[in-house]
Design a protein around this ligand. Structure first.
Ligand code: B12
Length: 352
């Protein structure tokens, strides 16, 4: 699988001009729309075109059509919930294809057209293709109760519910795996299907971060392993709860953990690793268009003179779940789909 840097750049460069061009093309094709679109709709249309280019560029770069297909399924679920006809979306994809074909080589177009043709098929198949983040996510009665409190804006009751359980001896890990993670996924699904607002999603996430911080005294096991690990997200990546959860699982296993959180500049991570000298680094990315940043971070770490070649680098997050083998192709030592398996993988790599 080759990394197509020049095509990636070409597609990303198009983000500055193509959205306006496609909007104009679409209006030419459908004058009725030109009349009825509000300014807000025009802005959203152009944002969507820029997004399509970002996902396309990254999937083409990674040589992973599945990343783009997943995105198209996601877009289908997202736009269907606000009643955008898929015929219109498919038309835009065709216009995007035509315009890209004007500026790319024959060989590049052959590759891009494979991605875009499949996208149109996904959009126009009758069955609603449900993307991975919107899949049915069965919550336990306890998790449902917790979510209901959050959705009502009742953070205190949500906190009490969890604290009572933990004080009664329920392991923190169980709360993370059976409550926080599925509830976060469900919140995402509710937002994607237009059932809750961005504000509600932010409130729920903030509340769960608060509850997690209250559980901090329960994380320490007492037995220390004299092993260090650092966790970070890549530049631009704002989803930090997966990274945080992975870090806390290591802490509960007796590791000394150093959690850097969201949106970390690569140079700072490299410098920090040189100072801390951990045995393991966990890199988290949720958005598909951040995979190349993960690759860049790994490449820069590997070439830094003061970082041990024995440092084991684990990666995880949504794109790595979707695209099999992606982790290996960007130079990581391992991947795990969740916090529990992240520990198992780190132990396996330590003894390898
Ligand atoms: C909360 C949230 C946000 C918050 C994040 C705040 C914060 N402080 O973290 C905010 C509001 C910032 C946000 C922003 C956006 N979000 Co958001 N967000 C979510 C949401 C609802 C929950 C994320 C979460 O907390 N998950 C819980 C954790 C525990 O799960 P996890 O990340 O999968 O982590 C586990 C594993 O993946 C693994 N893992 C993770 N990292 C690592 C690392 C290693 C090394 C290992 C081994 C394992 C591992 O272990 C973890 C624990 O088991 C998700 C829904 C979802 N399905 O995830 C959407 C979601 C990810 N967001 C989405 C979108 C679209 C966006 C935005 C683009 C929205 C917008 N229009 O602006 C932006 C992009 C921001 C950016 N540039 O990063 C979409 C992505 C869709 C797609 N096709 O990619 C999702 C899926 C929602 C949806 N269903 O549509 N978001």
């Amino acid at each position: 699988m080759g990394k197509n840097d020049s095509l990636n750049k070409k597609l990303l460069d198009l983000k500055s001009t193509l959205p306006a061009t496609i909007l104009a093309d679409h209006f030419k094709l459908r004058p009725d729309m030109a009349q009825s679109y509000s300014l807000h709709q025009k802005e959203n249309f152009q944002k969507d075109v820029a997004w399509i280019l970002s996902f396309l560029a990254e999937a083409v770069w990674a040589g992973q059509p599945v990343l783009f297909e997943e995105f198209v399924s996601w877009l289908k679920t997202f736009l269907s919930s606000v009643r955008v006809p898929m015929k219109d979306v498919a038309e835009s994809f065709d216009l995007i294809k035509t315009r890209i074909n004007e500026v790319c080589s024959e060989e590049e177009n052959e590759l891009i057209n494979l991605f875009l043709t499949k996208a149109v098929i996904i959009l126009l198949t009758e069955d609603q293709v449900v993307s991975m983040p919107a899949m049915d996510n069965h919550l336990s009665p306890f998790a449902q109760n917790y979510l209901d409190y959050l959705l009502k804006g009742d953070r205190n009751s949500a906190l009490s519910l969890v604290l009572e359980d933990v004080k009664a001896g329920v392991p923190v890990k169980e709360i993370y795996v059976q409550v926080f993670q599925p509830v976060q996924y469900e919140i995402g699904r509710l937002w994607q299907t237009n059932k809750i607002s961005v504000a509600q999603e932010h409130f729920c996430t903030g509340a769960t971060q608060l509850v997690m911080s209250q559980l901090y005294p329960y994380l320490f096991t007492g037995e220390k392993k004299s092993k260090k690990m650092v966790t970070t997200c890549v530049p631009g990546e704002l989803h930090e709860m997966g990274a945080r959860m992975v870090t806390d699982f290591f802490e509960m296993q007796g590791w000394d953990t150093y959690y850097l959180g969201a949106n970390m500049p690569i140079e700072s991570v490299v410098r920090y690793l040189g100072e801390i000298k951990p045995q393991c680094l966990a890199i988290s990315a949720t958005m598909t268009f951040h995979v190349s940043a993960v690759e860049e971070m790994i490449r820069k770490i590997r070439s830094a003179p003061d970082i041990s070649p024995d440092l084991k680098i684990l990666v995880g997050g949504y794109p790595f779940k979707v695209a099999e083998g992606l982790w290996a192709s960007i130079g990581a030592d391992g991947y795990a789909p969740n916090a529990t398996e992240a520990i198992e993988m780190a132990n396996k790599l330590a003894t390898a």
